[in-house]
Design a protein around this ligand. Structure first.
Ligand code: FAD
Length: 486
């Protein structure tokens, strides 16, 4: 049950109550807004929901963002990106008159149970509604233990998934409901704080990320130091805004024609890392696209990717027990792959060779090196890359875990509903007419879409030859997580 302040809000369908407690006004210091992935200060429905509650209770809002060392795949790459986002989140909140504090967990600065301790002083807690990875299970855990209400707010999608219902069969059914709803949700409702920012006591000493050198901070952490930050995708809001301007000025005018050409630098937007971490929201991106001078075909194609595909995978992920589990792959595909599980695999590769993009397949290496070096891969390459993993690994389930593992560990946009939804589409999709060794009826993909382009062979050779950092190689893949994690 939502309180009036949220129930009567235009964005109410974004909000769900995670427990049945009631907000507390008297004696509480603030409304706690715990951000994990929606790391933007503007057009952020999580912050706006907290402000609405705060304004109704007469409490200021305290935005909190913490970074632990022990989340899966913690590395210099992900920490660097997160720290830049958190730094700009704090500055953006300050500009709006909202208090925002950060904590980087590390030796000598451990803060056990900090969210619970912050929550103990709150009249209500507002968190993100994310369907996968850490944010999903941590929100549920906090809601079970908190003595105040915990509300989860969807900030990742333009159209709140809740308004679409839960009885959609396929993507065309999804689009029939999603497309007519877009216009309504394209309008934002920014909330204004009516009380001064919170300046009261805190149960910890926050980190001022504007004054910390991120590299120095990261150097001493117990995380994966073998994976460096991406120079292609700098951290922070300014880099995200520059990507958005590049989309409008350079990419969008030819998008429908250039999007599939991985050999071009400006065929696609490169926005996915910034969208994954919520540094940009889909509403802001679509407003820029709608206002651009590019032709309708290009705008429609872009909307189909950003809204028609991305939000479809978000919706799907909410309906699944674990979006990252192998059992989400279409039944027919699981069956045909299982029927060929014992086929000889002459194209098998070691995890070491795969991680470093040093297999016998030059195009696959070119793809993988984008993940290792850039922390991102072009969509067209991702399709070839995922399909080929089926032949390179000892069994279909190991193939699934390997694809998810490489995507999640290396790509800035990994650990996302789009990660698992797209890999599932590559392992399933439409069945092929012919039955092949290893793949059964799962369609394979050749290298023609790159090799047969003008200069394609030279592009592959150069991309496959890029030097990569030596990455730590795990003894085993987290197969259980990709089989049965919840
Ligand atoms: P653009 O072409 O500029 O598209 C704009 C935005 O639309 C993207 O930023 C993205 O948010 C969305 N989008 C585009 N294509 C897709 C798609 N196929 N599915 C869902 N959303 C899409 N996307 C991720 O965000 N994270 C992943 O981990 C991820 N893993 C993938 C794995 C495989 C095997 C495949 C085939 C695709 C994967 N994608 C993933 C989808 C897509 O490849 C990327 O979103 C896209 O390449 C990002 O580049 P861009 O921002 O330049 O895309």
């Amino acid at each position: 049950m939502l309180p009036d302040a949220l129930r009567e809000w235009a964005e109410a369908p974004r909000v769900g109550a995670l427990n049945d407690r009631l907000p507390v006004g008297d004696g509480a210091r603030y409304v706690l807004c715990w951000l994990q992935q929606a790391l933007r200060a503007v057009d952020n429905p999580v912050i706006d929901a907290a402000l609405r509650l705060g304004n109704a209770l007469g409490l200021p809002v305290l935005v909190y963002h913490g970074i632990r060392e022990d989340y899966p795949y913690a590395s210099d790459r992900l920490h660097h990106f997160l720290l830049g986002a958190a730094r700009d989140l704090a500055a953006g909140c300050a500009a709006r008159g909202i208090a925002c504090v950060s904590h980087v967990d590390r030796e000598g600065r451990r803060e056990k149970g900090l969210v619970y301790r912050l929550g103990a002083e709150a009249g209500a807690i507002v968190v993100e509604d994310q369907p996968v990875f850490v944010a999903r299970w941590q929100a549920a855990r906090v809601a079970a233990r908190a003595t105040v209400p915990v509300y989860a707010v969807n900030a990742a999608c333009l159209v709140p998934p809740a308004v679409l219902g839960s009885d959609i069969r396929g993507r065309s059914g999804f689009l029939r409901r999603h497309e007519p709803a877009r216009e309504t949700w394209a309008r934002g409702t920014a909330e204004v704080p009516v009380v001064p920012p919170y300046t009261g006591p805190l149960p910890f000493a926050p980190d001022d990320l504007a004054t910390h050198d991120p590299d120095a901070l990261i150097a001493d952490l117990a995380i994966d130091h073998s994976l460096p930050p991406s120079t292609q995708f700098p951290a922070g809001r300014a880099a995200a805004e520059a990507r958005l301007r590049r989309l409008v000025d350079t990419v969008l005018p030819g998008y429908a024609a250039t999007r599939n050409d991985a050999t071009r630098d400006s065929g696609a937007s490169g926005l996915s890392p910034y969208l994954h971490f919520g540094i940009l929201g889909p509403r802001e991106v679509m407003a820029a696209v709608d206002g651009a001078t590019a032709g309708k075909t290009h705008k429609t194609k872009f909307a189909d990717e950003l809204l028609g595909w991305r939000e479809w995978f978000h919706w799907q992920a909410r309906m699944l027990r674990g979006a990252q589990r192998y059992d989400r792959v279409a039944d027919w595909a699981v069956a045909t792959l299982a029927a060929h599980a014992d086929d000889p695999r002459p194209e098998g590769e070691t995890l070491d060779a795969m991680l470093h993009g040093e297999t016998r397949d030059a195009l696959w290496n070119a793809c993988q090196k984008q993940f290792v070096i850039d922390g991102w891969m072009h969509n067209n390459l991702r399709m070839y890359w995922a399909k080929r993993i089926i032949a390179m690994t000892p069994s279909p389930e190991v193939a699934w875990a390997t694809a998810c593992y490489l995507n999640d560990r290396l790509s800035l946009d990994g650990r996302d509903p789009s990660t698992y939804g797209n890999i599932a589409a590559m392992f399933g999709g439409s069945p092929a007419d012919a039955e092949r060794p290893v793949y059964g009826r799962v369609a394979t993909r050749g290298d023609g879409s790159i090799r047969h382009r003008d200069g394609g062979a030279a592009w592959i050779a150069a991309a496959a030859a890029r030097p990569v950092p030596r990455l730590s190689v795990p003894d085993a893949l987290p197969i259980a997580w990709y089989r049965a994690g919840g």
